[in-house]
Ligand binder design. Structure first.
Ligand SMILES: Nc1ncnc2c1ncn2[C@@H]1O[C@H](COP(=O)(O)OP(=O)(O)O)[C@@H](O)[C@H]1O
Ligand SMILES: [Mg+2]
Length: 467
C-alpha cells in the first residue's frame, strides 16, 4: 500500500514538474512569435506572417495560428483552418479578457501517421495551446495560438509508471514469499513447543525440545528444557522421597507385626515375656511417631510453609540455654555436656528454628558418643560470621559417609543408630534450617576420635552511623 501510494505521488510530482517546465519554455516562445509577427501583421503582410508561423511551427513540431481580434483564423501554419473562428478558453482569455498570455491543455485526435491528411487512423494525444496577444503600437491586433503536443511527457511518465508497477509486483511477491517463510520459521518451533507442553501437562515430564540457532526462539527452547529438567528432578526426588518414607515406616511396622504375632500365636509365651514384647511394640510406635514428626517438620521446611519468624537473637545465650536443657539427657547417657563461654554473638534468625537445629546437633553428639565421652558447644564471632561448634569425642563418621550424612534417612550404621533412636532426618532438618538463614554447615570427623559439626550464620550488626 505504501509503495503504491509513494509511486502515485512521485509520478504526479514528476509529471507536474515536467509539464510546468515545458509550459514555461513554450509560453515564452509564443510571446516571441507574437512579437515577431506583430509588425508584419500590422502591415497586413500575410506572406511574412505565414513564413514566421511555419518556421516556428516546424521548429517546435507544432502548429501556429494567427487570429484577428474577432477570433477568426487569418494564418494557419497548416493552412487548414483559415477563416474558422476559434473560441477555446485560453484564446478568449487573451482576446476579450485582456490577458497577455494564457494556455490550456486539450486532448485531440490526430492522424496516427502524423500526416495532416484527415481520415484514416487517429490517436488521442495531449496538446498544449498557448495564446499570446499581438500588440503593435499599443493596440491589440490579434492573437497568436501555438499548439504543441506534450504527449511525449505523458508517454515518458507512463513508461516510468509501468516500470514502477513491475517493481511493485516483484516487491509484493518477494514480501509475500518472505513473510510466509518467516511465519513458517517462527510458527514451526512454536508449534513443536506447544505439542511438547501439551504432552508435559499430561504428566510426561521427560519432554525436551530441539534447540536450533541462536535466536530468541532457541533461547526459549533452552529455557524450556531447563524447566523440564528441573521438573524431572523434582519428580524423581518426590518418588525417591515416597519410597524412602515407605521403607522407613515399613521397618517398625514389620517388627511390630512379628512381636504381636508371637504374642497371639505362641502359646508358650508367659506373661512377663508378653509384657516385654508389648514394651518393644510401644518403642516401635514411638519410633514411628518420631519419624513422622521429623518428616512433617522437614516437609514443612522444604515447602517454606513454615514462615520465618526472624528476630534479633543472642546466639550465645541460646546455645547456653539449649545445653542447659539437654543436660539431663547427657547425664543419663553418661556423657559430659558443657557450654564453653565465647563472645557475645547477635544474629537475625528464627529463634525456634535455630534452637531446633542446635538441639538436633547436640542430640546427635550425645547419641553417638559412648559413656564417659564429652560434648562441648561453643559460639564465637569470626569476622562477619557467627560460628557455632558442637564437638564430641564419639564414634566419629567414616570419611566416605560424611558427604552423604545430611541426606534424609542416611545413617552410618543402621542397626546402631536405630537402637540409639535415630530417624536419619535430624541432619537434613539442620541443613535445611541453616540454608534458610543463608548459613553454611560443615561436618568434620575422624572415626574413633570424634566429630565436630560447625555452622556459620551472618552476623547481625547495627547500621553504623556515619561520623
Ligand atoms: N556427632 C556424630 N557422631 C557420629 N556420627 C554422627 C554424628 N552426627 C550424626 N552422625 C551420623 O549421621 C547419621 C545421620 O544423622 P541424623 O541425620 O541426625 O540422623 P539420626 O541422628 O536420626 O540417625 C547418624 O545416623 C549417624 O550415623
Ligand atoms: Mg539426629
Amino acid at each position: 500500500m505504501a509503495l503504491v501510494f509513494v509511486g502515485f505521488l512521485v509520478n504526479s510530482i514528476v509529471q507536474g514538474f515536467l509539464v510546468d517546465q515545458r509550459v514555461g519554455e513554450q509560453e515564452k516562445i509564443a510571446d516571441d512569435i507574437a512579437v515577431a509577427i506583430a509588425p508584419n501583421f500590422a502591415d497586413a503582410n500575410a506572406v511574412a506572417v505565414y513564413d514566421i508561423a511555419v518556421e516556428y511551427g516546424q521548429d517546435l513540431g507544432g502548429r501556429v495560428l494567427v487570429l484577428d481580434t474577432g477570433g477568426v483564423v487569418q494564418v494557419d501554419s497548416f493552412s487548414k483552418l483559415n477563416g474558422v473562428r476559434l473560441t477555446q478558453d485560453e484564446i478568449e482569455q487573451v482576446r476579450v479578457g485582456n490577458k497577455g498570455a494564457a494556455h490550456g491543455l486539450h486532448k485531440l485526435d490526430i492522424p496516427q501517421d502524423g500526416s495532416l491528411a484527415s481520415g484514416g487512423e487517429t490517436r488521442s494525444v495531449f496538446v498544449m495551446y498557448y495564446a499570446s496577444s499581438i500588440v503593435f503600437d499599443g493596440s491589440m491586433l490579434g492573437v497568436v495560438v501555438l499548439s504543441v503536443p506534450i504527449q511525449d511527457i505523458i508517454d515518458q511518465v507512463g513508461r516510468a509508471n509501468a516500470q514502477m508497477r513491475l517493481v511493485f509486483i516483484i516487491t509484493c511477491v518477494i514480501v509475500v514469499v518472505v513473510s510466509f517463510w518467516v511465519a513458517h520459521v517462527i510458527a514451526k518451533p512454536i508449534g513443536e513447543l506447544t505439542k511438547v507442553i501439551g504432552k508435559m501437562s499430561e504428566g510426561e515430564v521427560h519432554q525436551r525440545v530441539r534447540v536450533t540457532g541462536s535466536s530468541e526462539l532457541s533461547r526459549l527452547g533452552a529455557a524450556f528444557n531447563e524447566m523440564s529438567e528441573q521438573l524431572e528432578r523434582i519428580e524423581k526426588n518426590r518418588n525417591e522421597f515416597v519410597s524412602d518414607v515407605s521403607h522407613e515406616l515399613k521397618t517398625p511396622l514389620s517388627s511390630m507385626k512379628i512381636l504381636i504375632e508371637s504374642i497371639i500365636y505362641d502359646e508358650n509365651v508367659d506373661h512377663a515375656r508378653q509384657r516385654e514384647f508389648l514394651q518393644d511394640v510401644n518403642r516401635e510406635i514411638d519410633r514411628l511417631s518420631s519419624i513422622i514428626d521429623d518428616l512433617l517438620l522437614l516437609v514443612s521446611l522444604d515447602h517454606s510453609q513454615s514462615p520465618m519468624h526472624t528476630g534479633v537473637i543472642r546466639l550465645d545465650q541460646l546455645g547456653e540455654s539449649v545445653v542447659k536443657r539437654m543436660q539431663m539427657l547427657a547425664e543419663r547417657r553418661g556423657v559430659a555436656l558443657s557450654y564453653e563461654a565465647g563472645d557475645e554473638v547477635t544474629v537475625r534468625a528464627d529463634e525456634l528454628k535455630i534452637q531446633q537445629a542446635l538441639t538436633n546437633l547436640i542430640d546427635n553428639a550425645i547419641k553417638y558418643t559412648p559413656e564417659g565421652g564429652s560434648v562441648v558447644v561453643t559460639v564465637v564471632r569470626r569476622e562477619d560470621r557467627a560460628v557455632v561448634c558442637v564437638t564430641d569425642t564419639g564414634f566419629g563418621i567414616p570419611e566416605e559417609d560424611i558427604k552423604h550424612i545430611v541426606e534424609r534417612f542416611y545413617r552410618v550404621e543402621k542397626a546402631r543408630t536405630r537402637s540409639a533412636g535415630g530417624t536419619g532426618l535430624g541432619l537434613s532438618i539442620v541443613q535445611r534450617i541453616i540454608k534458610m538463614h543463608n548459613g553454611t554447615l560443615e561436618i568434620r570427623s575422624k572415626e574413633g576420635e570424634g566429630t565436630s559439626v560447625v555452622f556459620e550464620l551472618p552476623l547481625f550488626t547495627l547500621p553504623q552511623k556515619e561520623e
